[in-house]
Design a protein around this ligand. Structure first.
Ligand code: CMP
Length: 145
């Protein structure tokens, strides 16, 4: 077993993948890649919740459309554990635009477009802490046991 610390990151199976019945396939892909599922829930985000989660993108031209998409149906936030969980999950899900995602990545397999791209993943350990707190803040999550 590697000496790398086991850490946690946040993923969200987005409304496109969840609504088309791909949640199980996405979870299998993540488990096959070695992730342990430490938390999961199904939520239908309000405008306020989606806007708060993506606040960092508030000034971007796609912000309104992103909030509309993320509130269009239920989604599935996940707390995922692995060694170097944040960078490893980003490898496993592939590039934001599925046209640029490596074959076999979650987005190459299940995403439709740059916006309807099947899954979100935290982009740093600090953001993972914030984003895990956003969805699982009332639950103690323990990595590495
Ligand atoms: P995600 O990893 O959830 O982080 C921000 C999201 O914004 C991203 O995935 C995409 O769904 C969306 N996004 C990023 N860039 C664009 C873009 N150019 N056009 C539309 N949506 C985008």
């Amino acid at each position: 077993m590697s000496d790398e610390p086991r850490t946690m990151t946040l993923a969200i199976i987005k409304p496109d993948a969840f609504g088309s019945g791909k949640a199980g396939a996405v979870l299998s892909t993540l488990e096959d890649a070695g992730f342990r599922i430490r938390g999961s829930r199904v939520v239908h985000l309000s405008d306020a919740a989606a806007g708060a989660f993506y606040a960092v993108h508030h000034e971007r031209p796609f912000f309104g459309s992103l909030v509309e998409f993320m509130t269009s149906g239920p989604c599935m936030p996940l707390a995922l554990e692995h060694e170097r969980a944040v960078p490893y999950l980003r490898e496993v899900i592939g590039a934001t635009d599925p046209a640029e995602a490596e074959p076999g990545t979650v987005r190459a397999l299940y995403a439709e477009s740059k916006e309807r791209n099947a899954i979100h993943a935290s982009d740093s350990d600090e953001n993972a802490r914030v984003e895990l707190g956003f969805f699982f803040g009332n639950v103690d999550l323990i990595a590495g046991r």
